[in-house]
Design a protein around this ligand. Structure first.
Ligand SMILES: Cc1cc2nc3c(=O)[nH]c(=O)nc-3n(C[C@H](O)[C@H](O)[C@H](O)COP(=O)(O)OP(=O)(O)OC[C@H]3O[C@@H](n4cnc5c(N)ncnc54)[C@H](O)[C@@H]3O)c2cc1C
Length: 540
């Protein structure tokens, strides 16, 4: 059973101001993804009637394109393998990886109940691979945890690393009996276009536009927003992270930040606009601007720099050891480059000698012949520089000094894998941009998941969960394996129960203790001026 923390100053009130627990309550959940479906199921289990609205053709949201690696401490699977771990340790590691920017109460809530979420999805039919838990989540994308606490879903081989569809099917399957019993009204291809507000300012329902264009107002005792992130919205990307002028998403097209708009309309505030955690080296899909070319990124899924390429910024200058093992170091380095862009530079010998590890990436990009929309090729470096929009002198100098480093076996940037200098024409340049797996700004909530105004006061009748909160509030300023899907499940279930008006009194104090430890470790306040328990800093 999951509960809201006693630590929250607002924990003793449920979503609506006058809770009528369980039966008779109507909960409206917007968004049927990793957060919204668990919220709907938890509210149903608590006896509420639920309307679950999603603008997509099918429920499941981002899980259809996600790796869905989960992370949790204190699970049966860890115990079976003799792995000693605790939610406190999990929270501490995420807290550090996120540079102390997470909201302690939310991180504590998510980690304390993560093991229950794993057990819950297992009870619904999900299975984890025999080697789970692993130390590594998805290869090359996140810093390692100190102990094995990443779980891979058992999935058919053809799904590859994208195992999320398995979880989507499990969650969608769990909705079916509730639809059949009519306690759940699942409305697909239906978009929530605005929130309805009662005279006292409390959210009282939503306006829903169905695919055919018909519009209905649906009233509810509590609304849970679970509309996901904003990676597919050029408008939100520009307004929140405009300095990175060409961010692309690795996600699906529905993630347009609708919940941010809905939340702002009723006074909610967007927080953590200053947090962007990109994967570097993505190729924008020329057929779908704004989206990453499928499997089209340099460092993900291959040993970095295995082909010997060098990476230069817009000034034509190398800026990071291309073989650095730390994704975090790479991500920070690319954030410091203008626009978050870089260009990978190869010579013909490298293109021809590419190992199978890079073949997926290169098949379409550097194949025979290379795709001219994605790669520039020229017989001389100055010509290449002109095609790629780089200063010729700087590029020539970068290639020359890298060649010297290869000869001396000593690189000023500390690169150790340097198979060969770039000497064999034609030369190739692949311009790349930064890509987002998860968006980190989000709608500010308090420790009870209630949407809050910029001054911290809650908006009555409105909860928010999932990626809509942004990675920043739960993880902070940095990636931790499994810390998007697992908190979406966990906080989703908590929000569902809260929305159903379940009395949160008499709860265990574990989340409170974990949060207190995090705050204590940070010397009483999170860096960046964010007060503990308040929504994350950097309000937009
Ligand atoms: C390539 C990739 C790999 C990933 N791998 C991992 C991983 O291994 N581990 C991990 O923890 N996380 C991973 N993530 C992130 C994780 O999958 C997402 O953060 C998570 O699934 C988001 O769940 P959500 O329910 O918050 O939002 P979503 O799943 O995005 O669901 C939101 C739903 O709301 C609906 N919606 C939006 N607006 C409206 C509206 N106005 N009206 C009605 N409906 C609306 C959408 O149609 C959608 O179905 C990955 C993401 C990507 C893109």
């Amino acid at each position: 059973m999951v509960e809201v923390p006693t630590s929250s100053p607002h924990a003793q009130t449920s979503c609506a101001e006058t809770p009528r627990p369980g039966a008779g309550r109507h909960v409206l959940v917007v968004g049927a993804g990793a957060a919204g479906i668990p919220a709907a199921l938890a509210a149903l289990e608590a006896g509420a009637r639920v309307t679950l609205v999603d603008k997509g053709q099918r429920a499941g949201g981002m899980l259809w394109g996600s790796g869905a690696v989960l992370s949790a401490a204190g699970t049966d699977l860890q115990r079976t393998r003799g792995i000693v771990d605790s939610p406190l340790r999990h929270a501490q590691e995420v807290w550090r990886a996120g540079r102390h920017r997470a909201v302690p109460e939310l991180l504590a809530l998510a980690t304390t109940h993560a093991a229950e979420s794993l057990a819950w999805v297992q009870s619904l039919g999900a299975r984890f691979t025999a080697e789970s838990p692993l130390l590594l989540g998805l290869a090359d994308q996140h810093e390692l945890y100190g102990v094995a606490r990443s779980y891979l879903l058992e999935a058919p081989e053809e799904l590859g690393w994208r195992r999320g569809p398995v979880l989507a099917e499990v969650l969608v399957g769990a909705l079916a009996p509730w639809s059949a019993s009519r306690q759940l009204d699942l409305r697909l291809r239906s978009t929530v276009t605005r929130l309805l507000v009662a005279g006292d300012g409390t959210v009282s329902g939503c306006r829903v536009e169905a695919a055919g264009g018909s519009t209905t107002d649906v009233s509810a005792d509590c609304v849970v927003l679970a509309t996901g992130g904003y990676g597919a919205s050029p408008q939100w990307l520009r307004s929140l992270h405009g300095e990175y002028d060409q961010l692309v998403t690795q996600g699906l097209a529905h993630a347009t930040g609708d919940g941010l708009v809905l939340g702002e309309q009723v006074g909610g505030g967007v927080v953590n606009a200053d947090i962007v955690v990109p994967s570097m080296g993505a190729l924008e899909d020329p057929d779908h601007p704004g989206f990453r070319l499928a499997e089209g990124a340099l460092p993900v899924g291959r040993p970095p720099a295995v082909a010997g390429d060098i990476w230069v910024n817009a000034a034509g200058v190398r800026f990071v050891a291309e073989d650095t093992e730390s994704p975090d170091v790479r991500e920070r380095a690319i954030l410091d480059q203008p626009g978050g862009r870089m260009v990978a530079v190869f010579d013909e010998r490298m293109r021809r000698g590419l190992t199978p590890a890079v073949a997926d990436w290169t098949g379409r990009v550097l194949g025979d012949p290379p795709d001219p929309r994605l790669v520039h090729s020229a017989d001389t470096l100055p010509e290449l520089a002109a095609l790629a929009g780089l200063p010729a002198d700087a590029l020539v100098e970068s290639v020359r000094s890298y060649g010297q480093a290869v000869t001396r076996r000593a690189d000023p940037l500390g690169r150790s894998r340097m198979p060969t200098a770039l000497t064999v024409p034609p030369f190739h340049a692949v311009p790349t941009v930064s890509s987002l797996v998860v968006t980190f700004a989000g709608l500010g909530v308090d420790g009870g998941l209630r949407v809050v105004r910029p001054d911290g006061r809650p908006v009555g009748g409105l909860l928010a969960v999932g990626e809509l909160l942004g990675g920043g509030q739960v993880q902070g300023d940095g990636f931790s394996s499994g810390m998007s899907v697992t908190p979406a499940l966990t906080l989703g279930r908590i929000a569902g129960r809260t929305a159903a008006g379940v009395d949160p009194r008499g709860l265990d104090r574990r989340p409170h203790e974990v949060a207190a430890d995090l705050v204590g470790a940070a010397g009483g306040a999170a860096p960046g001026g964010t007060a503990p328990g308040a929504p994350g800093g950097g309000a937009a």
